[in-house]
Design a protein around this ligand. Sequence first.
Ligand SMILES: *Cc1c(COP(=O)(O)O)cnc(C)c1O
Length: 224
Amino acid sequence: MDNIGARITQLRADLPAEVRLVAISKYHPASCIREAHAAGQRIFGESRVQELVEKEAALHGADIEWHFIGHLQTNKVKQIAPFISLIHAVDSLRLLEEIDRQGARCGRTLRCLLQLHVAQEENKFGLTTDEARELLAQGRWKELRNVQLCGIMCMASNTDDTARIRADFREARRFFEEAKRNHFPTDENFRERSYGMSGDWRIALDEGSTMVRIGSAIFGPREY
Ligand SMILES: *Cc1c(COP(=O)(O)O)cnc(C)c1O
């Protein structure tokens, strides 16, 4: 625990200045977030709505940018809409529409990333590149005034095979470039590529990540 600040400082030194570090604090108490905050960390990511809402309340008023990185159920968007800075894992138009509705309710434009399913595992959430392509081509998202699409996120296959991990990130990168060209050529907001976790962030940087989501390498192992 004493090492949280040191790990943050080391990571910052290792990351290029333009890459954002999202400290994934899920399952760790607010005291750990305070420690990271004292070391200068400002962006924190959580994957469960209940836990995020409790921590936001505990740390209310602190200069923190909260990101939601988990699978988001439509009936829970309302709870995070008032304060969330970025929703990483949008995987359906229906969810995007609900985010728009809740953004409108609190007078905010909610920034979102499309979650791509590029990993080999069956059980991961996210849109295949074909589904994501279809969602963008269909065009309904353009009518959503309280949603801003800012890019894509993904998780690589859970494997030691670094070539596989690299290929997954590369697929996400290629999709991002295609989407940028076809739908956001002049939209500066569409620029984020959220990939890279504790075990694979160096590969993610090679493959063009703009935002890494690092949990255990900062806070230590999680107890489930
Ligand atoms: C937990 C989690 C992370 C962080 O994982 P670590 O391996 O602990 O760095 C990143 N992204 C998502 C979507 C997660 O659920």
